[in-house]
Ligand binder design. Structure first.
Ligand SMILES: Nc1ncnc2c1ncn2[C@@H]1O[C@H](COP(=O)(O)OP(=O)(O)OP(=O)(O)O)[C@@H](O)[C@H]1O
Length: 777
């Protein structure tokens, strides 16, 4: 399931009543719900950009409307064991805190108090419905990330240490070490704690918001359901992110500027993570900020809802566009909808009278095989509770008439566990039932492969008995193929996840997952073995194919000049933007990464050195590059580097051109001779292509017209079809066209203009032009 992204446009504030409204909610057709946000192109007011979301809430939306539509439906899922994450994103002053926290009046209460109210109500009902045999404990932790440091909001500020609380990875999640947790009995209890904690949160008045949050605030609501035999735990996280700020508009003083740099940096990393995930990159830069590590977007399980807050007025125009862009990409992020595992305190009694022929029961799992976080502390706590004599004896309601959603999962150790995986047991078929479900691995959603499963009866009455001969299992080749495809998708996903966190490789594709563990061969076992062998053989072949493909992709990447250069260009552009935001730290990191693409470039080295000096880290420029420079100087050669240098200069020219175009007068530094250089470059291309083609003239040839028409269509599929364009380059161009109005008409009017767009330097336009087959020619 993808991240659900909804947009909320706030009403005008009193001081804004005379302002021009430029952001509108719209629908895709009559009678359809609001799902589109419209905003004019800042370069061409006649043109409008449209951004589609899962839902859009306009100025008239009340706090209750939003909660009822977006959050209330997921409280049930929370009690089923799914984690729920809700976070508010947007520019400063757009209503994030209003949405999450809200006002004190009942109608003004935001998502968080309403969520807690619903949780307490449901908990109470559950306890009542089970006659007290299920107890529900609600516990809170609440912390903020201020200047990239984590502080516990449930502790008084004087207890804070300068370094804040450390983060640690545990069971694939990021946890805050030493965070306090308070249990809450009811809403009143919560409100007292929450109000007190909010007083500890850093807020300050800025020019854009009288009560601006200077930190990201994360509230975690842990719901623990305990019965006699088992404990189920799930967490709702409500996150109020600090808003991005354009410091040219805030008039921020020194302290606010430092805060602002930290806020902007973390939000920039978040947008980079979103971009990287949506592009399918192998490396996701989660670790570059504490906020992204904690949010773990795309790595978390359960349900994730992103609320994009928007201000409707013109003064937010560019900021609004930028946050619309980031959030519309977040829609592409997939989150696995996996319930947390139930932890059993003790084996269920085999002589339980609760059963009956129709009752299904969850198979037992050892505690150490639980997949999620509940293996250690929770189990210990559960055991401790079970031992306490003063607690009433409870009967756990794992016996249910319904088919359990997480029940009957085979034993699978945690994905990142060092423990070897146990092969799955394919169990006996139920009476009168030839087929049932199997889950090939923890990562996978339920599949439809017909394999036998045990009946309640068998499990309850003969838990220790050796396996009986099984009925003939029939799996068709197409089902095997489907299993294999699914497994491959899992392998790819787990590899991507493992690479993303730079952790040791995630659980290796475990082909044995699908192999039954049969020590006593029978006819049915033999059939299973055959099937497993077949699956295993195909999996191995596919794994080899994947390895070969990724190897050849890597080679292709390194051969692909355009892709490499475009990547370098992107890094230069991002570095430039970071510098403009005043985030020298991020700019330095990006320039250093660009140096890997354009190694040894003196100008780039100069920029890095200057930034290092500014950040008090002079003299640390990559030694390898310096060495390279020195050896070049000695040998007096560098033919290759000349080429690199030219390539770098062109890339940089593109970036500077882009900056110049974006922010005329913003930086205030005249750009010398860039127009000349680009024009010269364009003419150079024109000369290579066809002496008759004028790069400044849109109508100079049918091929030019066709190329421009394809570009201006902004149709990803058509642009991808251009010679020299991969999916990434095509997407970059489409995004760039969406972000910038090009030319008077908002269109690219000539090849020369196309060449000046980021990523279109070098021979990109020339290649696309040359490779174009003119329609109708
Ligand atoms: N839907 C709304 N209805 C009425 N007032 C709103 C709404 N959304 C926001 N506001 C008002 O707008 C102002 C700014 O909102 P808020 O402080 O929530 O912004 P924010 O995005 O959290 O800003 P920051 O990032 O600076 O913390 C507040 O006065 C708030 O009451």
């Amino acid at each position: 399931m993808s991240v659900r992204v909804v947009a909320r446009i706030r009403p005008l504030l009193e001081k804004e009543l005379d302002k021009d409204i430029i952001v509108h909610a719209d629908r895709v057709g009559d009678g359809k719900p609001l799902t589109v946000v419209k905003i004019p192109n800042p370069k061409n007011e006649a043109e409008e950009f449209s951004f589609a979301f899962n839902s859009v809430y306009d100025q008239a939306t009340t706090q209750e409307d939003l909660f009822t539509a977006e959050v209330a439906p997921h409280v049930k899922a929370l009690f089923q064991g799914l984690d729920v994450t809700i976070f508010a994103y947007g520019v400063t002053g757009t209503g994030k805190t209003h949405t999450m926290r809200g006002g004190l009046r009942l109608a003004e209460r935001g998502v968080i108090p309403r969520l807690l109210s619903n949780v307490f109500r449901r908990a109470k009902k559950l306890m009542k419905d089970t006659n007290g045999s299920t107890t529900v404990v609600v516990a809170l932790s609440y912390y903020e990330i201020y200047n990239d440091k984590v502080y516990d909001l449930l502790e008084p500020p004087e207890k804070r240490t300068a370094a804040g609380l450390p983060l640690r990875e545990k069971d694939g999640r990021t946890i805050v070490v030493g965070l306090s947790e308070r249990s809450c009995d009811d809403l009143k209890d919560f409100e007292r704690l929450y109000i007190e904690a909010n007083n500890n949160r850093v807020t300050a008045a800025t020019k854009l918001n009288a009560h601006s949050s200077r930190s990201h605030a994360i509230l975690r609501v842990k719901v623990t359901q305990t019965t006699e035999n088992a404990v189920k735990e799930s967490t709702a996280s409500a996150i109020d992110l600090a808003g991005s700020e354009d410091n040219r508009r805030t008039d921020n003083g020194k302290e606010r500027l430092v805060e602002s740099a930290a806020i902007n940096k973390s939000l920039f990393v978040l947008s980079q993570c979103i971009d990287a995930i949506s592009r399918g990159d192998k490396r996701i830069p989660y670790r570059e900020s504490k906020m992204t590590r904690i949010l773990s977007l795309g790595q978390n399980n359960g349900i994730t809802i992103m609320i994009l807050n928007l201000a409707p007025i013109r003064s937010y125009h560019l900021d609004t566009l930028s946050s619309l862009n980031v959030s519309s990409r977040a829609k592409r992020i997939e989150v696995r909808e996996i319930e947390n595992e139930i932890v059993y305190k003790q084996p269920p009694r085999t002589n339980s009278g609760l059963g009956g022929a129709s009752v299904q029961r969850q198979p037992l799992r050892p505690l150490n095989s639980a997949h999620n976080i509940h293996t250690g502390a929770l189990a210990a706590k559960a055991a401790e509770k079970a031992e306490k004599p003063d607690k009433p004896v409870k009967a756990f309601s794992v016996y249910t008439d319904k088919k359990p959603t997480v029940a009957a999962r085979p034993i699978a150790p945690a994905a990142n566990s060092s423990q070897p995986r146990q092969p799955l047991q394919i169990k006996r078929p139920s009476e009168g039932q030839e087929t049932a479900l199997i889950r090939p691995s923890k990562l996978a959603r339920p599949t439809q492969f017909p394999v036998p499963r045990p009946t309640q009866h068998t499990l309850l009455s003969q838990p220790q008995q050796p396996q009986q001969p099984q009925q003939q299992i029939t799996i068709t080749p197409s089902q095997i193929e489907a299993m294999v495809e699914k497994k491959v998708a899992e392998i790819l996903a787990s590899r991507a996840a493992a690479e993303a966190v730079s952790a040791p490789p995630a659980a290796q594709p475990c082909t044995t997952d699908l192999i039954p563990n049969n020590n006593t061969p029978t006819a049915a076992n033999a059939t299973q073995n055959e099937i497993s062998e077949e699956v295993k053989r195909r999996l191995e072949a596919l794994e080899r194919r994947i390895d070969n493909e990724s190897r050849s992709n890597n080679n292709k990447d390194s051969d692909d000049d355009g892709g490499r250069r475009a990547n370098g260009l992107r890094l230069l552009l991002q570095a430039r933007q970071a510098k403009e935001r005043g985030d020298d730290e991020a700019a330095l990191g990006l320039y250093e990464r660009a140096l890997e693409v354009f190694p040894g470039q003196r100008k780039l080295l100069g920029k890095i050195e200057r930034l290092r000096v500014k950040l008090g880290r002079a003299g640390q420029v990559d030694k390898a590059n310096n060495k390279k420079e020195r050896s070049e100087a000695r040998s007096g050669t560098g033919v290759e580097d000349e080429e690199e240098d030219g390539e770098y200069r062109e890339a940089e020219a593109d970036v500077e051109e882009d900056d110049n175009d974006n922010g005329k007068g913003k930086i205030g530094t005249p750009v010398r001779g860039k127009g000349r250089r680009n024009k010269a470059a364009a003419q150079k291309v024109a000369k290579n292509v066809d002496p008759g083609v004028d790069f400044d003239d849109p109508a100079s040839s049918p091929r030019t017209r066709q190329l421009l028409e394809i570009v201006n269509s902004r149709d990803l599929a058509r642009i991808k079809g251009l010679h020299g364009f991969g999916p990434k380059k095509a997407q970059d161009l489409v995004d760039c066209l969406a972000l910038r109005g090009i030319g008077e008409s908002g269109r690219v009017e000539s090849l020369a203009q196309l060449r000046m767009l980021p990523g279109m330097g070098g021979r990109a336009v020339e290649r696309a032009y040359e490779g174009l087959v003119v329609e109708g020619a």
